[in-house]
Design a protein around this ligand. Structure first.
Ligand code: ZN
Length: 204
């Protein structure tokens, strides 16, 4: 059975055993565009990817399924070399620990996502980045665009354009990189991992 057939079976829940790790050549391949109109299989895969992220962020489900928490997943990480990404970015609780009005700052499956414009200014997360396909800590500033405009096809097959900044922009760029065979540590300065170029926006 093909990987996509297995992962899109009704009873299948994506877990860490479905995620390939660094060293697997699929993570270094440039993924193929998803054919349009979207197939049911590609739509279901997107739903399964989003469900994985939801489970990974739910302490009970994550413990039961032994999931590392994640905010993004790209199809190549499942050994499927297609341009599909899912992002699920929760909003923080308020200062009193109440749940946010809107649960998520960003919750989307994007088919054929493409950065069509970006800021001159770069940004990096203060604490660096991690990846479900990388079972080690790699320290350093991951230099990305501070703001991006992304075109993509949504789960209903509609063309969409979204402007992103801050943490959302970082996560989406990390996932789009996976569809181009790029790992987050490729964007860390190897000579001086913590070196901040002038004008760099540090996101806490
Ligand atoms: Zn990753």
């Amino acid at each position: 059975m093909s990987v996509i057939k297995k992962l899109t079976q009704a009873s299948h829940l994506i877990d860490m055993t479905d995620i390939i790790r660094e060293g697997n050549p699929t993570l270094r391949a440039v993924a193929k565009d998803v054919a349009l109109p979207l197939t049911d299989e590609d739509i279901v895969l997107g739903e399964k990817m989003l469900q994985f992220l939801k489970n990974s962020q739910d302490p009970v489900a994550a413990e039961k399924m032994s999931l590392r928490p994640g905010v993004g997943l790209a199809a190549p990480q499942l050994d499927i070399s297609k341009r599909i990404i899912a992002v699920l970015i929760p909003n923080p609780e308020d200062e009193e620990g109440n749940p946010p009005k809107e649960a998520y700052a960003l919750a989307k499956v994007m088919y054929n996502p493409k950065i069509v414009a970006h800021s001159v200014q770069d940004a990096a997360l203060a604490d660096g980045e991690g990846c479900l396909s990388v079972d080690r800590t790699v320290e350093g500033l991951v230099i990305r665009h501070a703001r991006v405009t992304v075109d993509y096809i949504d789960k209903d097959g509609q063309k969409q354009r979204i402007k992103l900044k801050g943490y959302n922009a970082i996560v989406v760029q990390h996932e789009i990189d996976h569809t181009n065979g790029v790992m987050f540590y490729d964007r860390i300065n190897p000579e001086n991992p913590m070196a901040a170029p002038e004008g760099l926006l540090i996101i806490e």
